[in-house]
Design a protein around this ligand. Structure first.
Ligand code: ADP
Ligand code: MG
Length: 240
């Protein structure tokens, strides 16, 4: 699904991603972990072309994406993204939020977008909130709407950037459950998270980043119980 070769990204003089090699198979769930500032968000943003790489290759489904040749809006439709802050449109209802991109970007008819939107809200357990405004929802509910909104574009890959970090602890579980359901359905997912329980249970692979590099990659069990690199050990013992 995703192949990254020798990806480099700079912000001015700051070298943020250093020769990153990274692959994600179809239906795989990869959790990206690492300290703040290690480059996790930048990595996701490069995969979604919200940030432009300086060098290296990014292939989606076997084809290199070249910003000069490919329509990046089309590419972004294949790659859904959920952020820490949900950024729902406050003046639109929950259902309208979910319908927005399909009707505006894909020119889906309102009737179809409404039908699909309702089905997605049901999937994230919020069908009864369709006509409410986001301000009436809890943080966990807002994040589930944000997930439904991203799914409305029928992406083939979903990227999550610390989707539960802004939530009160009691609301984290419902969002993780929604993500777990999505993983079970076979969605290809890259998840930046500090929720090690989720990583352990749901991830096929965990990738540890430090200072713009991938230090270690492995199955969750191996990574958590028997990390090979000193850096990984230090990071894990600082958070577990
Ligand atoms: P993480 O998500 O792992 O915390 P980030 O990818 O957000 O890390 O950031 C990696 C580094 O890049 C940090 O040093 C951060 O300050 C820097 N950085 C991120 N975005 C920008 C930007 N738009 N302009 C300049 N520096 C940035
Ligand atoms: Mg980040």
């Amino acid at each position: 699904m995703i192949e990254v070769h020798k990806l480099n990204k700079y912000f001015g003089d700051l070298h943020v991603l250093k020769d990153i090699d990274f692959n994600v198979e179809e239906s795989e769930v990869v959790c990206l972990i690492g300290a703040s500032g290690s480059g996790k968000s930048t990595m996701l943003r490069c995969l979604n072309f919200l940030e432009m790489k300086n060098s290296g290759e990014i292939l989606l489904k076997g084809e290199e994406v070249d910003p000069r040749k490919n329509d990046l809006n089309k590419v972004r439709q294949q790659v859904g993204m959920v952020f820490q802050h949900f950024n729902l449109f406050p003046h639109k209802t929950v259902l309208e939020n979910v319908m927005e991109a399909p009707t505006q970007v894909k020119k889906t008819s309102k009737a179809d977008a409404r039908k699909e939107g309702k089905a997605l809200l049901e999937k994230v357990g919020l069908e009864d909130k369709a006509d409410d405004y986001p301000s009436r929802l809890s943080g966990g509910q807002k994040q589930r709407v944000a997930i439904a909104r991203a799914l409305a574009m029928k992406p083939e890959i979903m990227l999550f950037d610390e989707p539960t970090s802004a939530l009160d602890p009691e609301l984290v579980g419902e969002v993780l459950q929604t993500m777990k359901d999505l993983a079970k359905e076979g969605m290809t997912m890259v998840v930046v998270t500090h929720e090690m329980g989720f990583a352990r249970e749901v991830a096929d692979r965990v990738v540890y980043m430090h200072d713009g590099k991938i230090v270690e990659t492995g199955a969750p069990k191996d990574m958590f119980e028997n990390p090979q690199e000193e850096r990984t050990q230090a990071f894990l013992s600082s958070i577990l």
